[in-house]
Design a binder for this molecule. Structure first.
Ligand code: FAD
Length: 381
């Protein structure tokens, strides 16, 4: 068993740590307070390859493996987990497109994702259908050789800013096989956007997008008609392990701060870290976080080896956000009164990381996937 990052991966990690320290960390809290993503961010991230992690080199990307993508996500999230949404959605959409789109479509769609000129979103959730996404109701109404999109998507990350998006719409009858996926330009008067006001991830923002007859053609269809859910979405739950590592990155930053504080803050004549009541909870959180990190990287490694990775990815999806949230909570408490004010980043970290207990599927949905594997298909829907 070889259990280490390669020299190249370690060098990339150091490069990213320097980039994140210079370009991301200084904005983590101010972007949250402003409640908006800096318009220059996608281009800044593109300059170090972060928008093209999963884009093939022939289209201007990094063509990185899943482990390296996760490592980048962890490193970036230590400084600014909200900036990492840009990496995450670009990687996920690139994978979806590479898996199912034609070469001429890739040549149109991927270079703008890789160079940061098109910010893309993933539009699956609707007001009435979240976990039960296979029942979505946004219609693609046939017209001529194409369709018109009519209906609403909601809870879409970067929904106010995205230029393009993978949109899932119903072209056929009920159920998963009636759903098709389209790659759509969103800057159109027939797409009305409304911002949502959130507890965390405020710099990323979520939005509802109402489609009022936006025309889409056969050239915008990703893969086969009716294959949107069954084929296009298949095999992409590895992103759940990338999300897990985003949470691990935030929690590691919180724990590092708390450990430093425990070394230097004095009470009763000595540093508070000498009290096991302070040290042991941090040890316990660091241990759980190590476990979360391992399951995330195992999922990504399995993906890279072409092995079944869905079970590990879904274990990561429920375990990592919850574990990270608990670690940040403990880190905040270690600071006493100094952790509670908005001049400390711990409160924002807690809000930001909690979003991932819902985003990209809740813990219950992830556990359903694992239960299918542990108990058998007939025990979980
Ligand atoms: C920060 C954030 C970012 C997001 N970004 C995006 C995005 O970019 N694109 C996008 O398409 N969506 C996005 N979402 C939406 C997200 O994917 C959905 O919120 C999620 O899938 C859950 O759907 P729902 O909110 O409709 O909850 P529901 O499906 O209504 O579920 C409500 C509750 O019931 C539970 N539940 C439902 N069914 C079962 C069951 N069978 N067994 C046990 N429990 C169950 C759920 O776990 C949940 O706790 C985002 C959400 C958040 C919070």
């Amino acid at each position: 068993m070889h259990y280490a990052f390669s020299d190249d991966q370690e060098a990339f990690r150091r490069e990213l740590a320097a980039f994140a320290g210079r370009h991301l960390a200084p904005h983590y809290r101010s972007d949250d307070r402003a409640g908006r993503m800096r318009p220059t961010l996608p281009k800044e991230m593109a300059a170090v390859g972060l928008t093209g992690m999963r884009v093939p080199e022939r289209f201007g990307g990094q063509e990185a493996d899943a482990v390296t993508t996760g490592m980048a996500a962890e490193e970036i999230s230590r400084a600014d987990v909200n900036a990492c949404y840009v990496l995450l959605v670009a990687a996920l959409n690139a994978d979806i497109l590479v898996h199912s789109a034609r070469e001429d479509q890739l040549a149109r769609w991927l270079p703008p994702i890789a160079d940061g000129s098109a910010l893309s979103a993933l539009l699956l959730t609707e007001p009435e259908h979240g976990s039960d996404a296979a029942n979505l109701s946004l219609r693609a109404v046939p017209e001529g050789d194409g369709w018109r999109l009519a209906g609403e998507k909601t809870s879409i990350s970067m929904g106010m800013l995205a230029d393009t998006g993978v949109v899932f719409a119903r072209t056929g009858g009920e159920g998963a096989r009636g759903i098709s996926a389209f790659y759509v330009h969103l800057n159109d008067e027939r797409v009305a956007r409304t911002a949502l006001d959130d507890h965390g991830g405020r710099a990323v923002g979520r939005a509802s997008l109402h489609f009022d007859g936006l025309p889409v053609g056969r050239d915008d269809l990703i893969g086969e008609e009716g294959a949107g859910f069954v084929s296009v979405m298949q095999g992409f739950d590895y992103s759940r392990a990338v999300i897990g590592l985003m949470c691990v990155g935030v929690a590691q930053a919180a724990l590092d701060d708390a450990l430093e504080y425990a070394r230097t803050r004095e009470a009763f004549g000595g540093p508070i870290g000498r009290n096991q009541g302070v040290a042991f909870p941090l040890v316990e959180q660091a241990t759980r976080l190590a476990g979360a990190r391992h399951i995330c990287y195992e999922a990504l490694w399995r993906k890279d080896q072409g092995l079944e990775h869905s079970v590990a990815a879904n274990m990561a999806k429920w375990f990592a956000p919850k574990t990270a949230g608990e670690a940040v909570h403990q880190a905040l408490l270690t600071f006493g009164h100094a952790g509670w004010g908005s001049d400390s980043p711990q409160g924002q970290r807690l809000r930001d990381v909690m979003a991932f207990e819902i985003a990209d599927g809740t813990a219950q949905v992830a556990k359903l996937v694992v239960a299918r594997h542990l108990l058998g298909r007939s025990f979980a829907p």
